[in-house]
Every structure is written in C-alpha cells, then in structure tokens.
Ligand binder design. Structure first.
Ligand code: PLP
Length: 374
C-alpha cells in the first residue's frame, strides 16, 4: 500500500546514490543516466563542487525569505543577465512552471501598466509549459487539460513552423507569444530557423512580447547557454529552471529592463524563491556549464551522428530525440533492465538528456545497449 497519490507511472527501480553519469540502485546495480532527472542534473550526480557548495552554504544559511537583501540572488542574476542579449533583470522561483507563471503575469502587467487591454497569448500545439493553471493553459496539448477545465482564458495554439497560423490567432488584445525553440515534452520538435526569423519580425511588427520558455533548453543543454541564442531572436522574457540548480530546485524568469520594471513591491513573489542554498549552487552550476559549452556541442554532434543509424534524430547539443515507428515505452523498460536510463516522450520519441559532462565513451556504452534492444 502506498500513501502517495497515483499521478506518476513510475518505473520499478529506486536509486540509492549517484556519481557522475551513473546511478546505483539499492542492490548496487549500475545505470547509465541519459535522462538526468529530465534535464536537471546538468553536472551529473554528486559533482564535487556542487556537494562542497551545499555543505558550506548549509552550514552558514539556508533560507532568509525575500523580506531581506539577498546577495546570492544578485550574483546569479548578474550571471544570467550576462548571457542574455540585452540588459535585464531576474525574478527567482523554484520550478519551471513558476518561472512561466511569472512570465505570463509580467507580460500582462506590462501592458496593463501602459493602459492597454492586451492579455491574450499565442502558444504552440505540442508545447509544454507546466502544470499550474497559467502554464497549463499555455500548454498546447489537450491531454494535459482534460479534467481540469475551465482553463485560464486567453490562450490559443498555433502550429510550430507555420507563421500564418500565428498571424491568424493575433488580435488587438494579444499580449505576447510563448514558445520553446525545441519542444521538449512534445517530442523534441525543433523550431526552424526561418520560422523563428519570421516570428521575430511578427512580434516586432505587431508590438507583442516574445516569451521563450528555456526551462528545458536553457543553461547549456543545447550547446549555447540559452538555446534562443542559436538564432536571431530577441525575447523580452525567458524562463529557466531544470538544469539551473543542478538538482537543487530553482526557477528564474529573466526579462529586459523595460518589461522587468512592471514587477514592483508586492506585485509577485515567492517564499522560497532564490534562497541562499539554491542560488549558491546555481552560481557554481552556471560557471561550470559555461566551461562545458564546447564539450556539449562536440559530444552532442558525435551522439547525434551515431544515433542516425537508428532512425530520424531531432534536437541539438545534448537534447536529442530519436523518432521511432513504434511506441517507445517498452524500449525504456528494456533499457532500464540493461542498465540505461532513457525516456519516451510523445509516444514514439526516445528522448536523451544526458548530463552535460557525458563523454564519448558513455555515448558508445549507451548506444551499444540501445542497439542491442532496437
Ligand atoms: N517548461 C518546459 C519547456 C518544460 O519542459 C517543463 C517541464 O518539463 C516546464 C516548463 C515545467 O517545469 P516544472 O516541472 O519544473 O514545473
């Protein structure tokens, strides 16, 4: 009998410890981790610098709330803005969905502050932005909505890579567009370069805010610190979480100054958001990830090329998907039996999100296991 609510289809394994790209179950069996807690353990497990930071910071101060000055947030914010394309400011939360909620609220407030009745958003079919009501409403997949209606009004869903479908959904009341440059949960679907160029023109033309959800793609995952920087995009707001804390929960919403100014004392907040523990770790993760970017590109390309032997490969850097002709859930179970952790998304796409420290030899090991199954 379990006392847990039954909302996860969990695989029958429980891990006792992790080191680098490997996890070990309770019996000591070793697993190659190619999912990293869904893109979270960016530096792998038990990274010495992360462990040291947690130890040292927990001996000093875990939490103080946002009633007081927070130099740890200042430091992480400075580092995040340095990677942004413009001057900006940061709001800290604890998860992806919260970073998206903050983005939605900030965008609406920006227009309200200017006396404009612009409150609607266009997002995309097969997108995923989170499970709380705002981000769930932004999510363009009916299966996540079912049973939870009515959703937040004002969201509509265009087709990825079809700019006309975006134009059709825009009216006088549209506040902005929210997009993942690579849809993660939706099946590792890449937005095309040309489409993104058109989208950038569209938001400038129609005076809309561009929100890029970098919860899964951000913090080095695709080979650039932010995935949108592979393209000529100038978002007003981006959202981050997952890999930013290397396993410690943290979310961040980064906005250009003009937009960021719409959050004023009392307008939005979070008790835990950006606490000293989370921020001290995020600061170390950012430094380490920046050093790893050439490695992510190089290893990602190697992985992608080798994966092509098995079928259609999608994604960039170390965010890759292998599209199969059949349901991939059984493959995930078999891979688990053989000591490889991968994930199946959108039914037929095997998703790979290994830690950014993964080496060629680990990729070879993973492909050997995968090859033996496929
Ligand atoms: N946005 C994107 C692009 C995601 O991939 C996810 C989670 O998978 C979220 C938002 C929600 O993040 P969280 O589960 O931390 O709330």
């Amino acid at each position: 009998m379990s006392y847990l609510m039954n909302n996860y289809a969990r695989l029958p394994v429980s891990f006792a410890k992790g080191e680098g790209v490997y996890l070990y179950d309770e019996n000591g069996k070793r697993y190659l981790d190619f999912i990293s807690g869904i893109g979270v353990n960016s530096l792998g497990h038990s990274h010495p610098k992360v462990v040291k930071t947690i130890k040292e910071q927990s001996e000093k101060l875990l939490h103080v709330s946002n009633l007081y000055e927070n130099p740890w947030q200042e430091e992480v914010a400075r580092k995040l803005v340095r990677e942004f394309h413009a001057e900006g400011k940061v709001f800290f939360s604890n998860s992806g969905t919260e970073s998206v909620e903050a983005a939605i609220k900030l965008a609406r407030k920006y227009w309200r502050d200017r006396g404009k009745n612009k409150w609607k958003f266009v997002s995309f079919l097969n997108s995923f932005h989170g499970r709380t009501y705002g981000s769930l409403s932004a999510t363009g997949q009916e299966k996540f909505h079912r049973g939870f209606e009515p959703l937040v009004p004002g969201f509509s869903y265009a087709k990825l890579n079809d700019i006309n479908s975006v134009y059709k959904l825009i009216d006088e009341e549209t506040a902005g567009v929210i997009i993942e440059v690579i849809q993660g949960e939706g099946g590792v679907n890449e937005a095309e370069e040309n489409f993104l160029k058109e989208l950038q023109n569209l938001v400038e033309d129609k005076k809309l805010l561009l929100i890029i959800d970098e919860v899964q793609t951000g913090v080095g995952r695709t080979g650039k610190f932010y995935a949108y920087r592979h393209f000529e995009l100038r978002p007003h707001i981006i959202t981050l979480a997952k890999g930013l804390g290397g396993g410690v929960p943290i979310g961040a919403t980064v906005a250009v100054n003009e937009v960021a100014e719409s959050f004023t004392p009392g307008s939005h907040g979070s008790t835990f958001g950006g606490n000293p523990l989370a921020c001290s770790v995020a600061s170390v993760v950012i430094d380490e990830v920046k050093k790893l970017l050439p490695h992510v590109n190089e290893t990602g390309n190697y992985f992608k090329e080798r994966l092509k032997a098995f079928g259609k490969v999608k994604g960039r850097g170390l965010m890759l998907g292998l599209e199969l002709e059949r349901d991939c859930r059984e493959i995930v179970k078999e891979a688990l039996n053989r000591g490889l952790l991968i994930n199946c998304t959108a039914g037929r796409v095997l998703r790979f999100l290994p830690p950014l420290i993964v080496k060629r030899e680990h990729i070879d090991e993973a492909l050997e296991i995968l090859g033996s199954i496929l």
